[in-house]
Write a protein that binds this ligand. Sequence first.
Ligand SMILES: Nc1ncnc2c1ncn2[C@@H]1O[C@H](COP(=O)(O)OP(=O)(O)O)[C@@H](O)[C@H]1O
Ligand SMILES: [Mg+2]
Length: 422
Amino acid sequence: MTLSELSPKQKTVLKWAFTPSMRDKYKAIICDGAVRSGKTVCMLTAFILWAMRNFNGQNFGICGKTVASAERNIVRPAQEQADLQAYFSLAYRRADHVLMVRGLGRENRFYIFGGKDESSYALIQGITLAGVLFDEVALMPRSFVDQAIARTLSEPQAKLWFNCNPEGPGHWFYKEWVCQPEAHKALHLHFRMEDNPILTPEQIADAESMYTGVFRDRYILGLWVAAEGRIYDMFSTANNVVDALPDLAGESYVSCDYGTQNPTVFLLWRRVRGCERWVCVREYYYSGRDKRRQKTDSEFADDLKRWLGEDKPRAIVVDPSAASFIAELRQRGYAVQKADNDVLDGIRDTAQRIQTGELLFHRDCTHTLEEFRAYVWDEKASQQGLDKPVKASDHCMDAMRYFCVTILGRQIVSVKRRPRGL
Ligand SMILES: Nc1ncnc2c1ncn2[C@@H]1O[C@H](COP(=O)(O)OP(=O)(O)O)[C@@H](O)[C@H]1O
Ligand SMILES: [Mg+2]
């Protein structure tokens, strides 16, 4: 792709590090705001151009939440960027996570780090960097970001490049950087979807329709607001509950939240024939505390078998901490997948799928429907800027999230919405 047209805000990102008056005034740039507002693409282009024009034989850092996400969001798009290819060759060495950029008689190394990857944390401690790009910096631990910044201190010309979508107002990056850019000699630019020149008004409206509540405030309006009230406030009977099962395809999965004191839940998911929608057709719910009797792994596995009847799920997705139950199920021949348990990312993805009507629930799944009403953000944590669900009425909610993230995957739901209607 090429950046044939840039919005004024994107032009500023391309210019700041080259224009003498701005270059001397600012040490860092912060682009925060809406999703798909064109932050990453202009920043990665500007970062590489700046590095190649001003340095030779140096090391730079490109940081994502994980190495994999940095490869997906930065390395690959950079390699496909015609404006960069016109001058440079970009060769990525997957083995040691280095992007070598050569051209105009220069060569620089861009090391890829993942803020959440422990291996990256150890590696970044030993390196000197002439500049660092942090993509989605609000998803990285502060200790990692501080460490990366410390690696640039010996290079007087080094610059820091941050971009992110908003989180809660108590988030460390918001308080430390976004609220006081002058303290760091940082240029702060706030992006809205209108700052992405390739998005049409219809695409913006489409994207807006995929988020509600706090997610809309943050990802569409680009505001740093607290998560309050019901977590899945986009859930509605009209949009997400079915009285009768639609025509179903053969594929099915079970997702499980496991507890001994706390309830154990199984949800059975089946795909709707002919479209990418899934119905939670049945639930199993057992609370050892309410029934005053705890069940063993083997009893739960017997219950699962009875409850499944003729259904043959492709996999049982289980709470990763339920090691002994996972072993029991594997021994009985079930294909078990340990669930991805990144709570906040999972909630965000699940919320989108509820909002678009991709997830449906049969009305007999009463515990699940009840939990939708009761599952709320922790107010105290919220005041400290943390997004945390209250750990109660979360068993069906966790099982649902495990299914979404582990089976349906992490792909961003496309801007173009699927047609409605079953
Ligand atoms: N000036 C532009 N020219 C062409 N494509 C663009 C431009 N700005 C943004 N895009 C495209 O729009 C999409 C979203 O941009 P991205 O930088 O990933 O947004 P953000 O990081 O804000 O979520 C990407 O596919 C990107 O390539
Ligand atoms: Mg981005």
